[in-house]
Write a new protein. Structure first.
Length: 214
């Protein structure tokens, strides 16, 4: 599950880090100033696609909604099991893969019967990537983060987790054959340490009072 995340890196800083591990042309398209903390479904997000010999960083809208007028569900997470089993989603994965850069994501845990946001990140990596899919609806790119079963760390937090790729492997997801890309969509290896802390930046005043945080 991933219903909120954080990305404090910019297009320039992301591509600067990626150039250390990958060759190619890196293009930053017109990107407005977008939310960096507590990013939510329907917000615009930074996304990376591969187009021929170049990588493009662009804005996409987080959440696939097929019929806005009929208020169809907003699909902001896509289960890897569904992608493997359902033809429509398999075809979308084969043709339209992208990456969403992130510095953390959030989950809510109960403390004294109050749900408190917690920030989850990688202990040794400031930046990582969510493998995702996208589709054009009304000429606007809509994206959905791929989720999988939890690793050992996340089992104590939630029954699902976003697929996470570390920087060194990230762009390979866009370039390899679709069947190989499917193999990338696994729970993060337990050897990659994760950490969880109370998300102080997004606490409400009521939550701060409960926790005794000024």
């Amino acid at each position: 599950m991933c219903s909120r995340f954080e990305n404090k890196e910019t297009g320039e800083s992301i591509f600067k880090m990626l150039k250390k591990d990958f060759a190619g042309i890196f293009v930053i398209e017109d990107v407005e100033e977008i939310k960096q903390v507590n990013i939510a479904p329907i917000n615009n997000v930074l996304s990376i696609t591969s187009e021929e010999d170049s990588y493009h960083l662009k804005e996409m809208n987080w959440g696939i909604q097929f019929n806005k007028e009929k208020k169809s569900p907003i699909i902001f997470n896509s289960r890897i099991e569904t992608i493997r089993d359902k033809k429509f989603w398999t075809n979308l994965f084969y043709k339209n893969r992208c990456l969403l850069p992130a510095t953390a994501f959030y989950e809510w845990k109960e403390i004294d019967k109050v749900k408190i946001p917690h920030r989850i990140s990688l202990k040794n990596d400031e930046l990582f990537f969510f493998p995702s899919i996208f589709i054009m609806i009304d000429k606007e790119p809509k994206t959905s983060i791929i989720t999988t079963s939890p690793n050992s760390f996340m089992k104590n937090v939630h029954r699902r987790m976003p697929v996470i790729l570390k920087k060194e492997k990230s762009l390979n997801y866009l370039n390899v054959e679709p069947l190989k890309a499917l193999e990338y969509c696994q729970p993060l290896d337990d050897s990659d340490e994760m950490k969880i802390d109370i998300a102080k930046e997004i606490l409400t005043q009521k939550q701060k009072d409960l926790l005794g945080i000024n």
